[in-house]
Every structure is written in C-alpha cells, then in structure tokens.
Design a protein around this ligand. Sequence first.
Ligand SMILES: *[C@@H]1O[C@H](CO)[C@@H](O)[C@H](O)[C@H]1NC(C)=O
Ligand SMILES: *[C@@H]1O[C@H](CO)[C@@H](O)[C@H](O)[C@H]1NC(C)=O
Ligand SMILES: *[C@@H]1O[C@H](CO)[C@@H](O)[C@H](O)[C@H]1NC(C)=O
Ligand SMILES: *[C@@H]1O[C@H](CO)[C@@H](O)[C@H](O)[C@H]1NC(C)=O
Ligand SMILES: *[C@@H]1O[C@H](CO)[C@@H](O)[C@H](O)[C@H]1NC(C)=O
Ligand SMILES: *[C@@H]1O[C@H](CO)[C@@H](O)[C@H](O)[C@H]1NC(C)=O
Length: 442
Amino acid sequence: MGLINSRICHSVLILILLASLCSFSDCYDPLDPNGNVTVTFDILQWTVDGYVARVTIQNYYQYRHVDKPGWQLGWTWTKNEVIWSMNGAFATQQGDCSTFTSQIPHSCKIDPVIVDLLPDAANENKSSDSCHGGLLSAWAINPLQSFSSFEITVGHLEGNTTGYIPLNLTLMAPGPGYTCGQLEDTDPTVSSVIGGRRQEQVFRTWKSSCTYSSYLANKAPVCCVSYSTFYNPIITSCPQCICCRSSNPNPMSCIGKGNPVTQSDLASKPDIVQCTDHMCPLRVHWHLKNNYKDQWRVKLTISNYNYGKSYSDWNVVVQHPGFSQSPITYSFNSTVLPTVGITDEVALFWGLEHYNSQLLTADEKQPGSVTTEVLLEKDSKSFTLRNGWAFPKRIYFNGDNCEMPLPDTFPMLPNGSLSQKPTHHHFILLFLIILTLKTLLV
Ligand SMILES: *[C@@H]1O[C@H](CO)[C@@H](O)[C@H](O)[C@H]1NC(C)=O
Ligand SMILES: *[C@@H]1O[C@H](CO)[C@@H](O)[C@H](O)[C@H]1NC(C)=O
Ligand SMILES: *[C@@H]1O[C@H](CO)[C@@H](O)[C@H](O)[C@H]1NC(C)=O
Ligand SMILES: *[C@@H]1O[C@H](CO)[C@@H](O)[C@H](O)[C@H]1NC(C)=O
Ligand SMILES: *[C@@H]1O[C@H](CO)[C@@H](O)[C@H](O)[C@H]1NC(C)=O
Ligand SMILES: *[C@@H]1O[C@H](CO)[C@@H](O)[C@H](O)[C@H]1NC(C)=O
C-alpha cells in the first residue's frame, strides 16, 4: 500500500511539474517540436460581392493523425459575409438566411463550422483533396493524405474590399486540444504549372497554425508500458491509468476477462475495457528477447483492452538511444524520425496495410493485439543491459503519452555477468562447461 501511495505521489509530482513547465503557448512535444496543423485560405478570384477561396488543412504532425469522425474547422466572419456555395466540404448549419430572396446561401452563420464530405459524396461537390470523411494521415507516415482542401464562395461583403480576414479560427481534430493562432496575411501561395516552367500565384493568402496540447485535451491516460527480458522471469507491470486525473468525468468501467460483453453494455458505455490491474485501454509491451554479438532483438506488442473501440492507422513512437541505425522491423512499417535537442533516437512504428494497420477490439478471451520483432544493430560503445538502458525512455500511442514504469521496477540483471554476454559467448561457455564435465566424468 505504501508503495502504491508513493508511486501515485510520484506521478502527481511529475504531473504538477509538467503542468507548471507548460504554459499554453510553449507546451509543445519535444519529439515533434515543429508539429502543427496549418490552415491556409487562398483567394483564387474576386466575385461581384466577394471572393472564391480554397481552404487547405495541412497536418504537419509527424505521428498525430486526425482520426474518425474527422476534423471540424470553424471561424467567425468579421462583417456580414455569407457562404454562397461550397465544394468538397459543407457547413454543418445553414443559419438564418431569411433576408435573402432570390439566391439562398449555403450558410449564413456568423460562425460557420465546416466538416469534410464522406468518400461517397456526389461527384459535383467533390474537390480534388477532399471527401476523406475528415481523416488526415500523419505527415511522417503518409504525406500524400495528410491534407484536405475545399473551396468556398464568399459573398455579401460590405464596401469596396479585398476581403476581411476571418477571426477566431477553431479546429477540432477531432475533439478539443488544438489552439489556433489568428489568420494572418502572408505571401501569396505560388504554384508551378506547365511542367514547372510557369509560376502562378493566388490573389491573397491568409495562414494560421494550430497546435495540440494534451493538457487542453485533458484526456485520461490511454496507455501504459510494461517490460520483460530474457534474463529475468519478472515482468514489470504496467503503471495504472485510472488514478491521478481527477478531472476525468467518467471513471473507466471494466468487464472481467471471460465474461460475455453484450451489445447493450457497449451501447451504454462505449469506452468499456477488459479489467486489468492497470485499467489502461492500451498496453505497449517491450520484451528484450535476444542479445547477439552484433545485434539485439526486441519483441514489441500492442494490446487493445477496449471492447468497443478499434484503432485504424494506429502508430507508436519509441524514444530509445539504440535506434541510431534504422531498426529492422518484421511485421510493422517503421522509420527513424529527425530530432533536435534530444540525445536519444526516436522511431515511429505503424501497421502494414491490409495486414495489421487495424488494432482490433478485445473479445471475451483476449485483447486485440498487433506484434512485431525488431532487430537492432549494436553500438558497442553504448549498448548495455545495465541500468535500464535497453528500455525505452518514452512511448506514445497515436501521439498520446503512455505511462512508463519507474526504474526501480525494471527487471534486474541476475548476479554474475553471464547473461550480460551475448548468447554467442554464452554458447561457447556452455560448450566449454559440458566439455569440462565430460572430461572430468570420463
Ligand atoms: C508548421 O509546420 C511547418 C512544417 O514543419 C513549419 O514549416 C512551420 O514553421 C510550422 N509553423 C509554426 C507556426 O510553427
Ligand atoms: C452539392 O451539389 C448540389 C448540386 O449542385 C447542390 O445543390 C448542393 O448545395 C451541393 N452541396 C454543397 C455542400 O455544396
Ligand atoms: C511503409 O510505409 C511507406 C510510407 O507510407 C510506404 O510507402 C510503404 O509501402 C510501406 N511499406 C509496406 C511494406 O507497407
Ligand atoms: C474600389 O477601390 C479601388 C481602389 O481602392 C478604386 O480604384 C475603385 O474605384 C473602388 N470602386 C468602387 C466602386 O468604389
Ligand atoms: C474571438 O475570441 C475572443 C476570445 O475568446 C473573444 O473575446 C472575441 O469576442 C471573439 N471574437 C469574435 C468576433 O467572435
Ligand atoms: C545478488 O547478490 C546480492 C548481494 O551479493 C544479494 O543480496 C541478492 O540476493 C542476489 N540476488 C540474486 C537474484 O541472487
């Protein structure tokens, strides 16, 4: 009990420390310091009473994607603008258009909220980069699907003007957590045409960037990390997810393993999970499997204890000093991310399409899971099994921080340095011992 208390205290202390380090403006992710979602309004042409603009939402986050149900972009018009029509997206509310008689605008709201069309939308409403249901891939995983754009025809502008910059941009992607700066006039966007031999530019460009803060999103921790090794049967258990965040309005509810989960359970509580001692919806397990002469091998497993929630296009970020050479990953896709200002390397893992890019829900018998082995090159200068070097410093699931075990719970090396040696030497030693025994016995 004392141990648990001290651990909770520890976590609370860390939380307080982080919260105090982290004001709204400078709270960024050290593993992706330049990550942001950039929103661009490009004015393409003037109309009698306004303009036509292309609005682009570009996700520059390396490993934070926009998941179902997709992004929602909102702003406030400065004057009495209306949206006459839209292509590739739509405003969720038409608002009060009662003063219009001949032509009825698409939306008369002073603060419209725009969402993406679904992939099955009628063709005439599509624009080239729209209709993904508001989903955006992470930049490091699939840059070609990391943006979406739509066109709006804005009118009813007062006076002789080249447009008024919309105010108070808001982005839900999905759900809260993003803060957007004011849209600002920037250099007009230039694009190449005729095979790059001519450059064309739009009339005006307004830009803003939106950044994510997990403190604003105020989510309960969703995942935890556990460790095991070939040299010690002890498994370092996952830290708990339930404690600490008192602001979480719905304490997690769970159903014991082996008990049937009914549709009505799922309907009343979509976040229902399998009961575990950690009560986290997700667990990332790092098993140190082999220690070879020049390489070492890890088995990485991600388990989903949610009964009602699967994760498509999941990704996992691992910060570890051993990724200086690209790891060989057998059943996941992976890449090593560029980093600045941190000494470790950071690897990003995600599922293979049509194979394990979907992390399924748990069923009565077992959690949903995806797993791979990872083969890492050894750097003889830094590699060691001592002092927890072989365990990751930090792990994220879909960009959210996972609860890490404390160093005092790591699996200990057994006494004697035998297991410190690569298996290679191990075998030779064993061989020598057998040889000696044999000669002694003969
Ligand atoms: C947003 O991300 C892009 C790409 O990483 C970067 O060039 C730009 O400076 C970022 N914007 C802000 C305001 O950080
Ligand atoms: C889609 O196209 C139809 C027909 O052109 C039009 O009536 C409708 O308003 C369009 N929807 C949006 C969201 O622009
Ligand atoms: C790994 O991801 C890259 C980038 O998205 C992709 O081009 C490649 O086809 C993927 N590899 C496999 C085996 O799926
Ligand atoms: C609009 O403004 C431009 C430049 O400011 C001016 O040349 C033009 O005559 C104005 N048009 C009207 C209708 O006021
Ligand atoms: C924009 O947001 C600020 C702060 O939330 C608010 O004071 C202001 O009234 C808003 N402006 C508009 C035009 O809604
Ligand atoms: C390792 O050695 C220390 C002191 O020499 C002893 O206290 C401890 O119990 C030993 N541990 C194991 C696992 O044998």
